[in-house]
Design a protein around this ligand. Structure first.
Ligand SMILES: Nc1nc2c(ncn2[C@@H]2O[C@H](COP(=O)(O)OP(=O)(O)OP(=O)(O)O)[C@@H](O)[C@H]2O)c(=O)[nH]1
Ligand SMILES: [Mg+2]
Length: 222
């Protein structure tokens, strides 16, 4: 046993959430992650091979919440074992490129794959990346929004290049996971066991009135 339960101590609680980034090759998954975790952008980034992850912390309700964010290849031939990639994920960013319609058409396939491999509630955000490239836009904000509405996803348009909405996109997902974990579920033993396997610690039973609205829309073309 490592850190034991502390009654009323207020310290001791630790949260670690696994989040996956998925979407076609070259939509900007790796750059979204490097922008969020290291504030870096690489205009010449190479296609990802295999799997990488970065851990980033934020504070919610005075608690440190860590997100372990996984990035993999959009290209089938470079992908590592798919089920391992998704295992234990409680959040997902599903990314397309607003300048390439084919990447938007692939979203339903990515959603299916996510559904097939996930074993628990996953906080999902549809991300239309590269919104700095307005002049060659090929998918309208409205289309993104309505797909998100139809599928029950959060939605944002982002730019890893100029940083628009990158932090918000990740943080909304992290907050949603946090609220999923601290809100419902506390009655289900199997769910608890599952979460602790995934190294997510549950808050004792806390009546958290601050419910987040689902459907959080934002985009950069205001
Ligand atoms: N203009 C613009 N270019 C971007 C943006 N995000 C990424 N790019 C560029 O798009 C290309 C692909 O970006 P990556 O982050 O490597 O794409 P990926 O989704 O990780 O690709 P795979 O690893 O093959 O799945 C690179 O040339 C990036 O510089 C963005 O927000 N705006
Ligand atoms: Mg990549």
């Amino acid at each position: 046993m490592s850190s034991s339960d502390e009654e009323g101590g207020g310290g001791g609680e630790e949260y670690l959430f696994k989040i996956v980034i998925i979407g076609d090759s070259a939509v900007g998954k790796s750059n979204l992650l490097s922008r969020y975790a290291r504030n870096e952008f690489n205009p010449h980034s190479k296609a990802t091979i295999g799997v990488e992850f970065q851990t980033q912390s934020m504070e919610i309700d005075g608690k440190e919440v860590k997100a372990q964010i996984w990035d993999t290849a959009g290209q089938e031939r470079f992908r590592a074992v798919t089920s391992a990639y998704y295992r234990g994920a409680v959040g997902a960013l599903i990314v397309y490129d607003i300048t390439r319609r084919t990447t938007f058409d692939s979203i339903s396939r990515w959603l299916d794959e996510l559904k097939t491999h996930s074993d628990t509630t996953v906080a999902r955000m549809l991300v239309g990346n590269k919104c700095d490239l307005e002049s060659i836009r090929n998918v309208s904000t409205e289309e993104g929004k309505s797909l998100a509405e139809a599928e029950g996803l959060f939605f944002m348009e982002t730019s890893a290049l100029d940083s628009t909405n990158v932090k918000s996109a990740f943080e909304i997902v992290i907050r949603e996971i946090y609220s999923n974990v601290s809100r419902k579920v506390l009655n289900s033993d199997s769910y608890k066991a599952e979460l602790s396997l995934n190294r997510v610690t549950l808050v004792k039973s806390e009546t958290d009135g601050s419910k987040q609205t689902s459907g959080y829309f934002s985009c950069c073309s205001r």
